[in-house]
Ligand binder design. Structure first.
Ligand code: UN1
Length: 479
C-alpha cells in the first residue's frame, strides 16, 4: 500500500488510525496516494499544540510573520508546476486553470505578508478628562479552517495566510476529496519554518474532524467554505459553543445579457462564467437572463461555441473542460439535467461522455426556455449546467436576478452605462460584474455574498482582519 501522507500536528508528521484513497476524476485507475484520515483525538492533539504555540506566536514581531508568509509565497511559486499537476490530477481542473489557481495562492501569501505591517488601530479622544482611548486588534486565537474540493489550494491560502498574518494558530481541515494539494501546502508552510503548533493539518471527514473542531472550546473561530446544509449545521453548533464563524456557501448566480450587449463579449463572459472549471465554482453563472431582442442570436452563438469546447482528461494538452470532480457529483448533475427536461426545458448537451480513460466526463448543458420558478433554476447544481431565462426588459431582468435564495455574485453584459450603474446598485449580491464573468475574482479585495451564500464578515483583502482579529478598547487615565 505505499506511503501514507500524514497529518501535521505540533510540528511533526503523524499517522492517523485510518487512511483514504485519493484517485483522479479524469481516470479512476490513477491512484494519487493514501492520505491519513484523522479522528477527534487528532483534533485534540492539534489544539493542544496550538494552545502551547499561541502565546509566543500571537505576540511575535510582525516582521517574523511577514518573512514567513513571503517564504511560503516564494516556495509556492518555485514549486508551481508540481502543485498545479497535483491539483489538476486530484480535482480535475485543466492544467492552465490549476496553474492559475496555484499562482493566485502565491499572490495571496505575498499580499498578507505585507498586511502584517498594515494592521491599524485607532486613538480616540475620551469624553472624560485626562483619559486616552485606544482601539487595537489582537489575534482571534486558535482558528479552525474547513475548505472545499473545488479550489484545493486558493481557498486554503486565503484562509491560512490572513490567519497566520494576524497572529493566530491554525487547525486546517481540507476536503477529503482533495488532500494532495493541501498536503503540499502544509509541507511548504512547515519547511518555511512555521513554529511547531502554529499551523496544523488534520485531514479527515467533515463529520468527524470538522465536528471535533466546532466542539472544542479552545478554538475561537471557524472559517468554512462549502455547502449550505453543512453551513446551516455549523451555524447551529458554533452558536451553541459561542464561536466566531465565517462562511462562504452556494450560489445561483445571475448573468444578465441586455439587447445592447456586445454579442461576442456576452458569449465569452457566459461561457467562461458557466462552464470553465466544469462549472464547479460557487461563483459560476448558472442563470443566464437574456433580453428577448438578443436571445436567439445569443443562444445560437453560445450553442456553436459550446459544441467546440473540448472536454476530457485534465492533464491532456489543450483540454478546455476537465471532468466532474466525483461520481456522486456527476450523478447529481445528470439528475438535474433530467429534471430540467421534465420541467419543460429544451436541454442542449448535458450527457455523460466516454473518453479513453475511465473518468467522470460530462458535456456542458444549456437549459433553454427555463423559468426562474423551476427547481433547475433555483437550486445550486455545481456542475457545467446553465439555465437560459428569457426576459423582456431591464426591470424584469433585475427582478429575476434578485429572485433567489442566494446572493454571492451577479453580472450584466451591456454597453449602456445607465443599465450598468443601476444594476450595480440594485443587485442583491455581494459581488457585481459588468461585462465580466461572475466567477474569477481579484485576490486583494473582499470576497463574499448575501442571503444564503455567506455568513459573517468578508474574506480576502484587508477586510479579512475583521474575522481573524478581535477588537480591544483600552482606557488610560494619566491624571
Ligand atoms: C472565483 O470565482 O475566482 O468555492 C473564486 C468557490 C468560491 C471561490 C470562487 N468560494 O467557488
Amino acid at each position: 500500500m505505499g506511503e501514507i501522507y500524514q497529518n501535521l500536528i505540533g510540528g511533526t508528521w503523524r499517522k492517523a488510525d485510518d487512511a483514504s484513497e485519493n484517485r483522479s476524476p479524469s481516470d479512476i485507475t490513477d491512484l494519487i496516494g493514501m492520505f491519513a484520515r484523522g479522528g477527534a483525538k487528532d483534533v485534540t492533539e492539534a489544539t493542544d499544540a496550538a494552545e502551547l504555540a499561541f502565546p509566543a506566536w500571537s505576540r511575535s514581531n510582525p516582521q517574523v510573520r511577514a518573512d514567513l508568509l513571503d517564504r511560503i509565497a516564494t516556495e509556492i511559486t518555485r514549486r508551481e508546476a508540481e502543485i498545479a499537476l497535483m491539483l489538476a490530477r486530484e480535482e480535475g481542473k485543466v492544467l492552465p486553470e490549476a496553474l492559475a489557481e496555484t499562482r493566485r495562492a502565491a499572490h495571496v501569501f505575498r499580499f498578507f505578508a505585507g498586511e502584517t505591517l498594515r494592521l491599524k488601530g485607532d486613538a480616540v479622544a475620551s469624553v472624560r478628562p485626562d483619559v486616552d482611548v485606544e482601539v487595537t486588534r489582537e489575534p482571534l486565537g486558535i482558528v479552525g479552517l474547513i475548505t472545499p474540493w473545488n479550489f484545493p489550494i486558493a481557498i486554503p491560502a486565503w484562509k491560512i495566510a490572513p490567519a497566520l498574518a494576524y497572529g493566530n494558530c491554525v487547525i486546517f481541515k481540507p476536503a477529503e476529496q482533495t488532500p494532495g494539494s493541501a498536503h503540499l501546502l502544509a509541507q511548504i508552510i512547515h519547511e518555511a519554518g512555521c513554529p511547531a503548533g502554529v499551523f496544523n493539518l488534520v485531514m479527515g471527514r467533515g463529520s468527524v474532524v470538522g465536528e471535533a473542531m466546532t466542539s472544542d472550546p479552545r478554538i475561537s473561530g471557524i472559517s468554512f467554505t462549502g455547502s449550505v446544509p453543512v453551513g446551516r449545521h455549523l451555524a447551529g453548533t458554533c452558536a451553541a459553543n459561542m464561536k466566531k464563524l465565517q462562511m462562504e456557501m452556494g450560489g445561483k448566480n445571475p448573468m444578465i445579457v441586455m439587447d445592447d450587449a456586445d454579442l461576442q463579449t456576452a458569449v465569452s463572459v457566459c461561457l467562461n462564467g458557466a462552464f470553465y472549471q466544469t462549472g464547479q465554482r460557487c461563483t459560476a453563472s448558472s442563470r443566464l437572463i437574456v433580453q428577448s431582442g438578443i436571445h436567439d442570436a445569443f443562444v445560437a452563438e453560445v450553442e456553436k461555441q459550446l459544441k467546440a469546447l473540448k472536454v476530457g482528461h485534465a492533464l491532456t494538452e489543450d483540454m478546455q473542460i476537465g471532468p466532474v470532480a466525483s461520481e456522486s457529483q456527476l450523478n447529481s448533475n445528470l439528475s438535474y439535467v433530467a429534471l430540467a427536461a421534465e420541467e419543460g426545458c429544451e436541454v442542449l448537451g448535458g450527457e455523460r461522455l466516454n473518453r479513453d480513460t475511465n473518468g467522470f466526463f460530462q458535456a456542458p448543458a444549456l437549459f433553454l426556455g427555463s423559468k426562474n420558478s423551476m427547481r433547475s433554476a433555483r437550486e445550486e447544481i455545481f456542475g457545467p449546467c446553465a439555465s437560459v431565462i428569457r426576459v423582456e426588459d431591464f426591470e424584469e431582468a433585475v427582478s429575476v436576478a434578485n429572485d433567489t435564495q442566494f446572493g454571492l455574485s451577479s453580472g450584466i453584459c451591456t454597453t449602456n452605462l445607465r443599465n450598468a450603474r443601476e444594476f450595480k446598485r440594485r443587485s442583491a449580491a455581494g459581488m457585481v460584474m459588468v461585462n465580466l464573468p461572475t466567477a474569477g475574482v481579484d485576490y486583494h479585495v473582499p470576497f463574499g455574498g448575501r442571503k444564503a451564500s455567506s455568513y459573517g464578515s468578508r474574506e480576502q483583502g484587508s477586510y479579512a482582519a475583521e474575522f481573524y482579529t478581535s477588537v480591544k478598547t483600552a482606557y488610560t487615565f494619566a491624571g
